[in-house]
Design a protein. Structure first.
Length: 304
């Protein structure tokens, strides 16, 4: 694909999330998977799957309900290792005909655990991933331009003081259990031109502000929207306040939130952005065209 091609349209489908609207034909679970259908100025197209949800059963059902074949998927980007984002990966890799590239941080297979409410493994469980060769599995700490207009952030620098690692997340390294800084957290940035950059986040474990700061280095025209989980459900009041103020300064349009953002987090986003804060449900489709996105058009693709 020519480097000079411009990305002109991105249809972003919430393939799996925690919430289902009444009458929806898709299944929900505690997890996240986002389907991104891309179109460039020469009318070429591509399909990116951002995370795989918590199970192969739900992923399979929802792909079929949307008429998407595994063979249609060109790239699979995993935001981080946690099972509610990687649980469908083993099913996906087992399907015949799939030729997609998998893009992750190099440490996605590290042994990571959560200590609350009890000690349990929360990492990726996919023997097939470990069996993929370098021709199918790209592991990167650095940002990469996957195709014109589509960036994978690589490891996100932890700059903001109020976006700290969570002490209940631990990792076994060299026989010692230590706090896990969740280094594998990454995002996808879509360069839609003229201040219309769209950032996709899985859980924003690196922090939503750190995530946007990293994405802004990749999309120089400016960012319009952040879509995904912001992991604010248990954030302290001061963190919510700092996050809201910083988001307002970084985004030209607003936030589309769900999954792990939580009631308190979404309340803060309502107060900060008003009508420019939207919440997503399984099956929602958000359309962004080149140039500053039309928020009304994005809403109109799949009205609830």
């Amino acid at each position: 694909m020519e480097a000079s091609l411009e990305l002109v349209c991105a249809d972003i489908t919430i393939l799996t999330s925690n919430r289902t609207p009444q009458g929806g034909d898709l299944r929900s679970e505690h997890g996240l998977s986002i389907l991104v259908e891309l179109e460039w100025c020469d009318e070429s197209t591509g399909t990116l799957l951002f995370d795989t949800g918590a199970s192969g059963q739900v992923l399979e059902h929802n792909l079929r309900a949307r008429g998407i074949l595994v063979q249609d998927i060109d790239w699979v980007v995993l935001s981080h290792c946690h099972g509610d984002h990687t649980g469908g990966l083993e099913w996906l890799l087992s399907q015949p005909g799939g030729q997609f590239l998998v893009i992750t941080h190099p440490e996605i297979t590290r042994p990571v655990y959560k200590t609350e409410p009890d000690f349990h493994f929360v990492g990726v469980e996919s023997p097939s991933l470990r069996g993929l060769g370098p021709g199918r599995w790209i592991q990167t700490r650095s940002p990469i331009q996957l195709v014109p207009g589509v960036w994978v952030s690589g490891e996100i620098p932890r700059v903001m003081e109020f976006e700290r690692p969570r002490p209940q997340m631990v990792c076994l390294r060299d026989g010692v259990m230590q706090t896990d800084g969740e280094p594998d957290d990454l995002a996808v940035a879509l360069d839609m031109g003229n201040g219309g950059g769209v950032v996709l986040a899985g859980c924003s474990h690196a922090g939503p502000i750190n995530t946007l700061a990293a994405a802004s280095e990749l999309v120089p025209g400016g960012l319009a929207a952040l879509l995904g989980g912001l992991h604010l459900y248990d954030a302290e009041a001061a963190v919510l306040e700092d996050t809201g103020r910083s988001l307002k300064n970084l985004l030209g349009e607003g936030v589309i939130s769900g999954h792990c953002t939580g009631v308190r987090g979404e309340g803060m986003l309502d107060a900060t952005f008003g009508e420019r804060h939207l919440t997503f449900y399984t099956g929602d489709v958000w359309r962004f065209r080149r140039g500053a996105p039309d928020w009304v058009e994005a809403l109109a693709v799949s009205p609830r």
